[in-house]
Write a protein that binds this ligand. Structure first.
Ligand code: GLY
Length: 394
C-alpha cells in the first residue's frame, strides 16, 4: 500500500463531516447575531435573540450563557485558523469588559464560565490588555462571593437573599479556572486558595457516598457547618441530575489538573463511573439519571456533550492506561451518538449545533431544545477529537 492509499477511518470521516456541518452553522450565526447574543435555548429548535433582561435590551450580554457564543468562535478559530473567526471572537471582548465595568448582572458564580471563554482566552493567547483587565475584575467580583467560615462560593443571587445564602451548586466546579488563572496572572495566591477550599467542600459534601451528586448544597453561613442537599433542576433532592453529574466529571477533573489533589481525580472517576452505568442504549443520558430506563423522559444532549469532554480530560490525567482507554472509548461512543442522532448536520431547520437538550425540566424551561452550552461542549468535543495539540481554555 502506498501513502496515497491510506484513507481516513470511517470515524475520522464522520468527525470531519460533523465539524464541517457545525462550522456552517457557526458561520451563519455570525451573520445573524453579529455582536448580539442568542437566547439560552432554542424555541422550536431555533435560537431567537436573547430577550431583554436586567434592564438591558434584546440581544444584550446578560445571563450566564453568553460566553458560550464567543467560546464557540474561539473553537471555530482553532479548527480553521481563519481570520473571520478570530475577528468575530475578539469582537466580544468589549461587551464583556463593559459588563463587568458597569456591574451588569454580576450576582452569580458563573463569572467563571463568562470570563474564562470570552476574556481569559484572548488574554492568554494575545496578551490582550482589555480582556485581561476585564477577567481580573470578574475574578475580584467572584471573590466577593466567597463565604466565610464555610469557604464556599455562593452560587446564585444577592449575598443577603435568605433562600440563596450559603448555597452552592455542582456547576461551580467549572467556575474555578478563572480563579486559578487570576492567581497565575497576578502572583496572588488568594484566588487559587479560595478555589481549592471551595472544591474540597464540594468533594466532601456535594458528592454522595454512592457516587451520585446533589445539584445544590447549603452550608450554615454563620458557623460554616454543612447542612443539606437540595435539587433545583433535577427530578428530586435525592436523585442524580444528569448535567450535574457531567459537570462533576469535567469539573473535578479540571480542578485536579490545577491542584494535583488526587482525591479530586478519584471524585471525577466516581462521577464518571456512575454516569456511564446509567446511560440508555444510545449513550445519551436522560435529563436525570434516575430515568435510565424510562423512555417517556427527555434526553439531555448537553449533559452528554459535557461528559464527552470531561471523560477525555479525565483519561488524559490517568496513569492507568486500561482505565483511560475505557473513558476515551465511552467519550467516543457518546460523541458518535451526538453526531449521528442529535446534531443538526444536514438539517436547515435549526441554527443550533445539537438538538434535544433540557435546561430546566421542573420549571418547563428549554425542554427538548438546543442550548448554548450543549452546542459549545459538542464543538469542544469535536475540536478535541480532530485537532492534535489543541489547547484547553478551561
Ligand atoms: N449551570 C447551569 C446549568 O447547567 O443549567
Amino acid at each position: 500500500m502506498t501513502a496515497t492509499d491510506v484513507r481516513p477511518s470511517p470515524d475520522a470521516e464522520a468527525m470531519a463531516a460533523a465539524v464541517a456541518a457545525a462550522l456552517r452553522t457557526v458561520d451563519a450565526n455570525i451573520d445573524t447575531f453579529g455582536d448580539r447574543y442568542p437566547a439560552d435555548t432554542t424555541a422550536a429548535n431555533h435560537y431567537p435573540l436573547r430577550p431583554p433582561a436586567a434592564g438591558q435590551p434584546e440581544g444584550a450580554n446578560v445571563g450566564w450563557t453568553t460566553s458560550f457564543w464567543p467560546g464557540m468562535l474561539w473553537l471555530a478559530h482553532d479548527l480553521t485558523g481563519g481570520e473571520r473567526h478570530l475577528r468575530a471572537a475578539l469582537s466580544h471582548v468589549n461587551s464583556f469588559a463593559d459588563r463587568v465595568a458597569y456591574g451588569i448582572d454580576l450576582d452569580t458564580h458563573d463569572l467563571g464560565f463568562l470570563y474564562t471563554l470570552s476574556c481569559v482566552t484572548p488574554a492568554r493567547r494575545f496578551g490582550d490588555r482589555r480582556a485581561e483587565e476585564a477577567a481580573l475584575a470578574a475574578a475580584d467580583h467572584l471573590m466577593t462571593r466567597v463565604l466565610e467560615p464555610a469557604g464556599i462560593i455562593q452560587a446564585w443571587g444577592d449575598l443577603n437573599d435568605p433562600r440563596q445564602r450559603g448555597r452552592t451548586i455542582i456547576d461551580s466546579l467549572m467556575n474555578t479556572p478563572l480563579l486559578f488563572w487570576a492567581s497565575a496572572t497576578t502572583g496572588d495566591d488568594r484566588y487559587a486558595a479560595a478555589a481549592r477550599r471551595h472544591t474540597a467542600q464540594l468533594r466532601q459534601h456535594i458528592l454522595r457516598p454512592d457516587g451520585t451528586t446533589f445539584h445544590t448544597f447549603y452550608w450554615d453561613p454563620a458557623t460554616g457547618a454543612p447542612l443539606r442537599g437540595e435539587t433545583e433542576q433535577g427530578h428530586a433532592d435525592d436523585s442524580c441530575w444528569a448535567r450535574g453529574q457531567a459537570w462533576g466529571i469535567y469539573g473535578f477533573g479540571i480542578n485536579y489538573r490545577y491542584t494535583g489533589d488526587a482525591s479530586l481525580l478519584v471524585a471525577a472517576q466516581t462521577c464518571a463511573d456512575y454516569f456511564l452505568a446509567h446511560l440508555p442504549d444510545d449513550h445519551v443520558a436522560y435529563w436525570d439519571l434516575a430515568f435510565a430506563d424510562r423512555k417517556d423522559q427527555e434526553r439531555d444532549s448537553s449533559a452528554a456533550a459535557i461528559a464527552a469532554c470531561g471523560l477525555v480530560e479525565l483519561a488524559d490525567n490517568l496513569t492507568d492506561p486500561a482505565r483511560a482507554d475505557r473513558y476515551r472509548e465511552a467519550a467516543t461512543l457518546i460523541l458518535r451518538s451526538l453526531i449521528d442522532n442529535y446534531s443538526t448536520a444536514g438539517h436547515l431547520v435549526s441554527n443550533s449545533l445539537i438538538l434535544h437538550g433540557v435546561y430546566d425540566k421542573p420549571k418547563g424551561v428549554g425542554v427538548d431544545e438546543g442550548n448554548l452550552w450543549g452546542d459549545y461542549f459538542y464543538l469542544e468535543a469535536l475540536t478535541r477529537a480532530t485537532t492534535p495539540g489543541w489547547t484547553n481554555p478551561w
